[in-house]
Design a protein. Structure first.
Length: 110
């Protein structure tokens, strides 16, 4: 997950890995608060030297794309923040309305 996010963000430096991972994790929590079932875990470990190891188990391409958009939107001060925010919200709404990504019964929460 981390390597895909870094590619999309055009980031090569390892010094931002923990910040990027925290943004990806926050995005997963945001989706879950909206009722989206995230099929896997977004997580990482950090050793005593600060080296980050991505321990994520998430492989779903639609959820990954939404999380990467969220991370790009929250990383630094992107000049295209409004475009990224709108794109993320559209991706989130798409996931919220897809039966495969929710555990709603009969269209109702519960």
């Amino acid at each position: 997950m981390l390597s895909e996010a870094k590619k999309a963000m055009r980031v090569t430096a390892a010094e931002f890995d923990s910040e990027i991972m925290l943004n990806l994790m926050a995005g997963a929590m945001d989706l879950e608060m909206a009722g989206v079932v995230v099929p896997g875990v977004v997580s990482y470990t950090e050793d005593t030297n600060g080296a980050v190891t991505d321990t994520s188990t998430l492989t779903d391409p639609l959820v990954m794309r939404a999380l990467i958009t969220y991370a790009r939107m929250r990383f630094g001060s992107p000049p295209d923040y409004d475009r990224l925010a709108e794109a993320y919200e559209l991706q989130k709404v798409q996931l919220m309305h897809a039966d495969a990504y929710t555990d709603y019964e009969g269209g109702e929460c519960g």
